[in-house]
Write a protein that binds this ligand. Structure first.
Ligand code: ZN
Ligand code: ZN
Length: 339
């Protein structure tokens, strides 16, 4: 099969992903083999490709927002049949027995595997995945538009949960950085009745999209929102946003950091977190998060803005993501004829 293979992490401008012919994977016991139709491009893929995340498997095929159809079923898999349309996300497998897994926090499992980092992902024509972590997808999303739901969407959903906003109507939520996750997250928050304040760079793409999606206020990354926020989420990987965002948060409010990697957070005065403000990160998601999110996404329904690239342009897609040139989400179109 054709796949984009990373042998040595390097700046994405040097084109480290190489389109190669590699053996088609097989479905081991407990796994399904999926023919990949589309795969979303996530900032985490950029961190894998550029080496900000430590190498866990090499060579590696990145990609963890996979939409495809079941092509082969391994032993001991009951739930799926050939041809089912499914999705694969970042959390590939957990051990199921550790103190986190047994307390409803499998996203924190210390022995988890991750799609496109510790095992091969979806920048390829086929991928094998543990069946217990594969999602059925709502029918109202096309393959291309479903792909960004599988990480950007689910992580945005979990970030909203971690804001601990209990009463959404009229709640004031800040979103810092308005890429793939932000543009889905705002739709959930708005659907629940929140007022959303978006601070992001790039007038033409991100600020415009935020306005179109109903933000009550849109400013530049370091502009102060006009009201004290009940909570905020930072999707941009820039630590210097943390103190700036804390200044905009009301007493008792939570600041959620949505990325897997962030540049160092500058020192700041205690007064910025005094008043029982909370700063916390998001780490992966539970399967329950994914299932709940997909149901809510279908009910709203969420509209994803996607910019597509062919598989042999994966490096270019990552360059575009790195340089903020994507409006919404980047998606690799791997099967022909998708809409
Ligand atoms: Zn575990
Ligand atoms: Zn991701």
């Amino acid at each position: 099969m054709k796949a984009c293979v990373l042998s040595n992490p390097a700046p994405v401008e040097t084109r480290p992903l190489v389109l190669s012919d590699v053996p088609k994977p097989v479905a081991e016991a407990g796994e399904v083999l999926i023919k990949v139709n589309a795969c979303g491009v996530c900032r985490t893929d950029l961190h894998v490709v550029e080496g900000e995340l430590a190498v866990r498997k090499s060579p590696i095929i990145p990609g963890h927002q996979i939409v495809g159809t079941i092509d082969e079923i391994g032993a001991d898999v009951g739930e799926f049949k050939i041809g089912d349309r499914v999705g694969v996300a970042w959390l590939s497998r957990t051990d199921g027995v550790c103190r986190f897994c047994t307390s409803g926090r499998e996203n924190l499992c210390e022995f988890a595997e991750f799609t496109g980092w510790t095992r091969d992902g979806g920048y390829a024509e086929f991928v094998a995945a543990p069946a217990n972590f594969v999602y059925h997808l709502p029918e109202n999303f096309s393959d291309l538009h479903a792909a960004p739901l599988l990480c950007a969407g689910i992580i945005g959903y979990r970030a909203l949960k971690l804001t601990e906003i209990n009463s959404w109507p009229g709640a004031r939520l800040g979103i810092y950085g308005f890429g793939a996750a932000g543009h889905i997250c705002i739709q959930i928050a708005r659907f629940r009745g929140a007022d959303v304040y978006v601070a992001t760079r790039d007038r033409q793409r991100h600020q415009q999209l935020a306005e179109n999606l109903g933000a009550v206020w849109v400013g530049d990354t370091f502009d102060a929102p006009p009201v004290a926020l009940d909570a905020a989420i930072i999707f941009a990987p820039a630590g210097e946003i943390v103190p700036a965002a804390l200044k905009g948060i009301d007493r008792g409010g939570t600041l959620v950091l949505g990325g897997i990697h962030m540049s160092p957070i500058p020192q700041f005065d205690y007064s910025l977190i005094y008043g029982e403000r909370v700063v916390r990160s998001v780490m992966n998601n539970t399967r329950a998060d994914g299932i709940e999110f997909l149901l809510e996404a279908a009910a709203i329904p969420i509209t994803t803005s996607v910019q597509t690239f062919p598989l042999d342009k994966a490096n270019e897609a990552l360059v575009a993501l790195k340089t903020d040139a994507i409006r919404g989400a980047a998606v690799l179109q791997i099967a022909a004829g998708l809409s």
